[in-house]
Design a protein around this ligand. Structure first.
Ligand code: UD1
Length: 423
């Protein structure tokens, strides 16, 4: 059997502009939200990613008709749901599939959804999602790996999360928009992708107050109206490209940056000595890599330092003289890229959820493996700097979260190609 890998001949100067696509983590819940109300939706600025293809298959199995109109826009027609079951085969590929539960409950008061799979970065339970549904009056039963939910009527209530889970917040919002009465979500996640989902729902006629805050107030309405919506730019891809820009001494600029969305990340880089110029949505780096100083970063829910930028940041820290530290507080097992970076000559040691990174002069080329999508992109960046040939295996992870990464890098002059390797 063969799988795809990237072959990179690094050590070459690259320069130009990298353009950020629409946000995967906003597109996924917004696609799912079209389950809530019948009608025709047009979604724009949708990234071309494997996760979107996976979700499309799942939504089609539930009865939606999905047509790709052009490179980044889709027409979704909801004429009613054919099935109320999201099967293991489709859900296991991507944890975000579990988000269909809230909209199905809103639409049909009933759903059967397989417990999710997803990245190998920890156990990732769904207890908070279920706690939220139960508060709205849903009777939950777990049977043979499936979550079954049913109610005669969704009734607004207060939902207090122990932890601001992104997925649980989205799922409960989508269940609550057509519930009877008012739902209050306390300790809601505040990630910008949640604002994007709320703005989409508001455009459909939902009543949501407190968008952007940790307290959301949702007044259920009887009917929503399909609409046209353009997805926000991907702040995690933007952050990854900013790391590339720093690694290449500012020879790369990044288009599609909204500073507010990644303020904690950009300010951490500034604390390390980086200087940026942002004109409109284009970011230029004014600093050389050798000018950066070590730092300490701790991942936190938004507006804290995003866990999804932990591996790109660590890859950058590998090249910063001195010792940096990263503490991961969101996911267990999210240091799986460490042994791979160490194979490329990095000097990183870990103790539980702490990583100590001692700077090296440069990466050395090696054969490595992507453990998740962000880590995969980080290994690609390391490979671009390393002299010689680097092979990054398991790039299906990278394809889940970065659109045409190798094509974008080839346009900057990078020597990177997609190859097939036998396993
Ligand atoms: C989303 C993002 C992912 C990002 C993460 C944190 C999408 C599609 N994915 O994932 O890229 O890394 O936010 O910013 O948007 N938890 C529970 N019980 C639950 C739900 C979550 O214990 O019911 C725990 C998880 O195991 C994890 C933490 O909460 O340790 C964060 O999870 P959550 O915020 O829900 O992340 P996701 O929505 O899965």
């Amino acid at each position: 059997m063969s799988i795809e890998a990237f072959k990179i001949i690094g050590g070459k100067k690259i320069s130009g502009e990298l353009s950020v696509e629409g946000a995967k983590n906003a597109a996924l819940p917004i696609f799912v939200a079209t389950l809530i109300e019948k009608g025709t939706y047009i979604l724009k600025n949708v990234p071309n990613l494997r996760d979107i293809v996976t979700l499309t298959k799942l939504l089609e199995s539930l009865g939606l008709e999905i047509e790709k109109l052009s490179n980044h826009s889709y027409k979704i027609v909801n004429t009613g749901l054919k099935s109320l079951e999201a099967s293991y085969d489709l859900v296991k590929k991507m944890r975000a599939s579990f988000l269909v539960m809230g909209p199905m409950l809103a639409h049909e008061k009933k759903a059967r959804v397989s417990l999710p799979g997803g990245c190998a970065i920890g156990s990732r339970p769904v207890d908070l999602h279920l706690k939220g549904f139960e508060a709205l009056g849903v009777k939950i039963n777990i049977d043979h790996g499936y979550v079954e939910g049913e109610t005669a009527e969704l009734i607004g209530n207060k939902v207090v999360f122990d932890f601001p889970s992104v997925g649980a917040t989205e799922n409960v919002i989508m269940a609550a928009v057509k519930a009877t009465g008012i739902t209050i979500i306390e300790n809601a996640a505040r990630e910008p992708e949640i604002d994007d989902l709320c703005n989409f729902l508001v455009k459909m006629g939902a009543k949501i107050n407190g968008i952007g805050s940790g307290r959301l107030e949702i007044e259920g309405v009887k009917k929503l109206y399909p609409c046209e919506y353009s997805i926000m730019p991907d702040r995690i891809v933007a952050g990854t490209f900013i790391v590339a820009s720093l690694m290449f001494d500012g020879d790369i600029s990044v288009k599609g940056v909204v500073r507010d969305h990644i303020e904690s990340f950009i300010s951490k880089l500034e604390e390390m000595g980086a200087e940026f110029e942002i004109e409109g949505d284009v970011l230029r780096t004014k600093t050389k890599l050798s000018q950066l100083k070590p730092a300490k970063a701790t991942t936190m829910p938004h507006p804290g330092f995003p866990t999804d930028l932990q591996s790109p940041m660590m890859t950058l820290m590998c090249l910063v003289d001195g010792t940096s530290e990263i503490k991961e507080t969101i996911f267990e097992n999210r240091f799986m890229h460490v042994p791979e970076l160490n194979r490329m000559g990095a000097n990183i040691s870990t103790d539980a959820n702490m990583a100590r990174v001692t700077g090296i002069k440069n990466f050395s080329s090696a054969e490595v493996m992507a453990s998740d999508l962000r880590a995969g992109a980080s290994l690609v960046l390391a490979g671009l700097l390393a002299d010689g040939e680097t092979i990054v295996n398991r790039i299906y992870h990278v394809d889940r979260g970065y659109e045409n990464l190798e094509i974008k890098l080839q346009a900057l002059g990078a020597n990177i190609e997609r190859i097939k390797v036998e396993i």
